[in-house]
Design a protein around this ligand. Structure first.
Ligand code: TYM
Length: 329
């Protein structure tokens, strides 16, 4: 049986990118594999949240996971900080992670531009902590979006390096996973780039119908094609990418034909897209609101998840310590 793991930073509500990049795949895999899903709350400390915000967002993300269909009876759902073995593995892997490769990492280069007054060591070693998350359960498959591809490549490097250094075949090579298809990148509606929390362009599962309509109607477009079958600019491709995710194939084809015949009216397309997003997200929203009232259930899920995750993590860390040479005298 394969081991599948994925996680999400606890820095805000879940958006369509999180859902289509990671959660959807995970939910579809949870019955056939041994699955772990966690909230990366250690990782979120790189931005220095207040204790109040940290606590609130961890709870909120946990609720939103469950609303997306993660089943705590089959998958292990936990908070990263409930498994301190992860922090120990992170320390051990750090001894084998080199400054050059960490500085070259794309996400580090982006982050140091975004938070120039807070370029902390946690940002630099972010991929090592991520590798520790994955390797602590000796995971094989990691359902993630396109933006995490490089981190997975680095995880494989750290795993292989550990195996070579200690002449063992201990850690498997984990792969970023989307059912053999390309990894997904859901774009934002601001013309370029991906949908993200820090980008401020997210359509969130918790958004009201009114918010969604406003966001979609504001999406960047252009003055429309002037030749049949004209190449599509990025902003329009992005609208179609989101439409592909939430609308029926017929709807997408209808607007594609209109585009290719230079008859497209972006206002109509956006109205349709907004209604399809609302239809798609409203069941999640209802479940989120429902679960928010059920603290006792949440506590039970968090406690059971922590226990199950720690069992697996403790086994790995015990074996890793022995491999490294920390043994009983
Ligand atoms: P985070 O919290 O930024 O995103 C969580 C997941 O959502 C995916 N995602 C997207 N997929 C497609 N299109 C988008 N626009 C989009 N935006 C986000 C991400 O690819 C990710 O799968 N470092 C991770 C959290 C993490 C983790 C791990 C993930 C920590 N340790 C170990 C997997 C395994 C992060 O910041 O994801």
């Amino acid at each position: 049986m394969e081991i599948v793991l994925s996680g999400i930073r606890s820095t805000g509500n879940l958006h369509l990118g999180n859902y289509f990049g990671a959660l959807k795949n995970f939910v579809e895999m949870q019955h056939e594999n041994k699955c772990y899903f966690f909230i990366a709350d250690y990782h979120s400390l790189t931005t220095h949240p207040t204790p109040h915000d940290l606590h609130g967002s961890v709870k909120q993300v946990f609720i939103e996971y469950l609303a997306c269909g993660l089943d705590p009876d089959v998958a292990t759902l936990y908070r990263q900080s409930d498994v301190p073995e992860t922090a120990e593995l992170y320390l051990l892997l750090n001894m084998n992670a080199y400054l050059g490769e960490l500085e070259r990492c794309t996400s580090f280069k982006e982050k140091i531009k975004q938070q120039q007054n807070n370029i902390n060591a946690g940002l630099l070693t972010y991929p090592v902590l991520m590798a520790a998350d994955i390797l602590i359960h000796k995971s094989h498959k990691v359902p993630v979006g396109k933006d995490q591809e490089q981190h997975l490549e680095m995880t494989r490097n750290f795993a292989n390096r550990f195996n070579r250094l200690y002449k063992v075949d201990y850690f498997p090579e984990p792969a970023a996973y989307n059912f053999g298809k390309d990894l997904v990148k859901i774009p934002g509606l601001d013309g370029t780039g991906k949908m993200g929390k820090t980008e401020g362009n997210g359509i969130f599962l918790i958004d009201s119908a009114e918010d969604i309509r406003k966001k979609v109607m504001r999406a960047v477009t252009d003055s429309g094609p002037v030749h049949p079958n004209q190449e599509m600019p990025e902003a329009i491709t992005n609208l179609f990418t989101i439409m592909n995710a939430v609308s029926s194939a017929d709807t997408v084809q209808f607007f594609l034909d209109k585009y290719n015949q230079c008859e497209i009216r972006y206002g109509d397309m956006k109205k349709q897209l907004a209604e399809d997003i609302i239809e798609f997200t409203s069941p999640f929203r209802e479940k989120i609101l429902d679960l928010s009232k059920n603290d006792a259930y949440l506590r039970k899920v968090v406690n059971e998840g922590a226990q199950k995750a720690r069992e697996s993590a403790a086994k790995t860390i015990k074996e890793v310590r022995e491999i490294i040479g920390f043994k009983n005298l």
